[in-house]
Design a protein around this ligand. Structure first.
Ligand code: ADP
Ligand code: MG
Length: 622
């Protein structure tokens, strides 16, 4: 549905950044940034609340950060879709404003003088500003957008982003991964196949992603990074230098007022940016002393200070490559993203380390927005020959008999994804079945996350195994999962749409995958047991059904013999001994098969052989 937008509709691309946000659109001459009235492209992602309860967004808000820390919300992206304990753990007291727990959930809220805001609402204020800027630049209303998020954002964080857009009066037609957008902006797509490393060093975060491109399809193979490493840290190193210089001019016990600290911080950032273009940078710091303090910093000193932080980013690159199973030599392209990659030393070290010429032709803090606008153009019908796909982070499936997890859509499948499998009932005359939807990498549902459940009712009574229940999983381009089940003979149908209410953090996803590898052997055995038990039950049910048929020419002895076998099979199926159960299943299977071959016609053979290995569990009896 979201695919078919009227072709004349305006769709913009938005980079909703931790530090800065901005919009772009594809015009007649290709993608271009939508500037503010003052010519600036970047809108600082900062909201500051004034005494009268109103708020300001952007550069002016940023300037209030140090003087009004409790009323100025920055880096709200870090709070999107997060629980209060996740925020407390990671952010400790780095955020100057107050973050509290929501009354009705575990989610984080921003407390401004007792009034609580959701991170979505604050993000919506930023998006509102981006939208206004775009409307002014275009002279037309804007209602739809493609919005980018970090590749590691989970379902809840993506949903929160979508919600923020809705509050801002924007329909988020698609949520796109930032590295994917960056690769798209560089046109690293169409015909070529290859591996792209996207190195994104922004204001407060570092992300590296390894993308694999095959026939225009993007897959994020691995991500790594540090959510607290970026340009702000470089600024703070310069602030330390400045404070050292200032302290020579003031009394040792004098404290520096917040207004002055604010000034120093902003000056530090200016110095840093100057050093990207020149070998030295200087400024006057006016602290109301007799004379302003003169401060000079050389690029060499700055580089020495930041070197360890850059080395850390390089280590992340290698760990992402290892995770993706790629040798550094096999990397085809390296794309530089984020304002901090303007620093010459960063470029130099990444180029040397990865041994590749870097893509730095586009402005690194605009490339994500430009890429988003290209995707927006595709959705509004402008560009037709490009497809853009993202991947599903964890496998999706349903519970089958005995608590087994039957995966329909496997991890790393690209979205949109669709999968259909046939199931049946496990009990005679079952008129409804329950479909339990799970997410995870383990073999049994008890080790996975339940996403939802629903019942398919109104199945006409039939012997077990006869109903043909088709279960379809559809993950749309936005990652929303719809599960539909349909019994083919009666055509009854039921479905649910799952928008996971609470997603997982990047670390949790990692843990889940790590655990699935660690537990692989145990899982395999547990799964084996479940499957053998199902096989035993099916054999028993089939045999009992045949025994009950009056026309069967069994002797009393044969009946007695089979009953003994059945009792033994039942008791083994209740136990844990896999080897013995397998042996019994095999032997009994052969025996009933022989009986069938010998005396009984084709119909009965079919009855005994009926494939019933995959049956939805929790069958609901009428
Ligand atoms: P984010 O993706 O986190 O929103 P950006 O990509 O906009 O952030 O990057 C912002 C950071 O880039 C800030 O720390 C800013 O100081 C830094 N930056 C911008 N221009 C330069 C430059 N010329 N030299 C060094 N750092 C820069
Ligand atoms: Mg960014």
């Amino acid at each position: 549905m979201t695919e078919k937008q009227a072709s004349q509709e305006i769709v913009i691309g938005i980079d909703l950044g931790t530090t800065n946000s901005l919009a772009a659109i594809v015009g007649k001459d290709g993608p271009r940034i939508l500037h503010q009235r003052d010519g600036e492209a970047l809108i600082p992602s900062v909201v500051s609340f004034l005494d009268d309860g109103s708020h300001i967004v952007g550069e002016k808000a940023r300037h209030r950060a140090v003087t009004h820390p409790r009323h100025t919300v920055h880096s709200v992206k870090r709070l999107m879709g997060q629980n209060i304990d996740e925020v407390k753990q990671r952010e400790s007291d780095r955020l100057g404003y107050q973050v509290v727990q929501a009354k009705d959930s575990l989610l984080a809220r921003i407390d401004i003088d007792g009034k609580l805001y959701t991170p979505q609402e604050i993000s919506a204020m930023i998006l509102g500003e981006v939208r206004r800027t775009a409307e002014e630049a275009l002279g037309k209303p804007v209602k739809s957008a493609v919005i980018t998020v970090p590749a590691y954002f989970d379902d809840a964080q993506r949903q929160a982003t979508r919600d923020a857009a809705k509050i801002a009066g924007l329909q988020a037609l698609r949520i796109v991964n930032e590295p994917t957008a960056a690769a798209l902006a560089y046109g690293l797509d169409t015909s070529r196949e290859g591996t792209v490393v996207v190195y994104d060093l922004g204001g407060g975060t570092f992300d590296v992603s390894v993308l694999k491109i095959t026939q225009g399809v993007y897959k994020v193979s691995a991500t790594a990074g540090n959510t607290h490493l970026g340009g702000d840290d470089f600024d703070m190193l310069i602030v330390d230098f400045i404070l050292d210089a200032v302290k020579e001019h003031i009394a040792s016990d004098a404290t520096i007022p917040p207004e002055a600290m604010q000034q120093i911080r902003l000056s530090a950032e200016q110095l840093k940016q100057q050093l990207s273009a020149s070998e030295t940078a200087a400024l006057e710091i006016d602290l109301d002393l007799e004379e302003p303090v003169h401060f000079t910093l050389s690029r060499a000193d700055f580089e020495t200070a930041i070197r360890p932080l850059i080395d850390e980013t390089l280590a992340c690159c290698h760990s992402a490559l290892t995770d993706a199973g790629i040798q550094p030599e096999a990397v085809d392209e390296v794309v530089m993203v984020g304002g901090s990659t303007r620093i010459p030393l960063v470029r130099q070290l990444v180029e040397k380390d990865l041994g590749r010429k870097l893509h730095v032709e586009l402005d690194p803090d605009r490339v994500v927005a430009l890429g988003a606008s290209i995707q927006a153009d595709i959705l509004s019908g402008g560009t037709k020959d490009l497809l853009l796909l993202d991947v599903i982070p964890l496998s999706l499936g349903i519970e089958t008999v005995g608590g087994a997890f039957s995966k329909l859509v496997t991890r790393n499948s690209t979205v949109p994804a669709r999968a259909t499998e046939m199931f049946s009932t496990s009990v005679d005359d079952q008129t409804s079945i329950e479909i339990n939807v799970f997410q995870g990498e383990r073999e049994l549902v008890r080790d996975c996350r339940q996403l939802g459940a629903f019942k398919l009712r109104g199945i006409p009574p039939m012997p077990a195994g006869l109903p043909r229940v088709e279960v379809t999983f559809l993950v749309d381009a936005d990652g929303v999962l719809t599960v539909t089940s349909r019994e083919q003979r009666s055509e009854v149908e039921a479905s649910i749409e799952v928008v996971p209410s609470h997603g997982l953090t990047r670390d949790e996803v990692k843990d889940i995958i790590r655990n699935s590898i660690k537990m692989a052997r145990d899982d395999f055995l547990a799964r084996d047991l479940v499957e053998l038990r199902n096989k035993a039950n099916n054999l028993a049910t089939g045999t009992r059904r045949v025994l009950a048929m009056p026309e069967m020419p069994f002797t009393d002895e044969q009946r007695q013999d089979l009953e003994t076998d059945l009792a033994h099979l039942d008791s083994l199926a209740k136990g844990e001994d896999i080897a013995e159960l397998r042996a019994k299943c095999d032997a009994f299977g052969e025996k009933t098969q022989a009986l069938a071959d010998q005396a009984i016609g084709e119909a009965i053979k079919a009855e005994l052989n009926r494939e019933q290995s995959k049956l939805p569990s929790s069958p609901q009896q009428p």
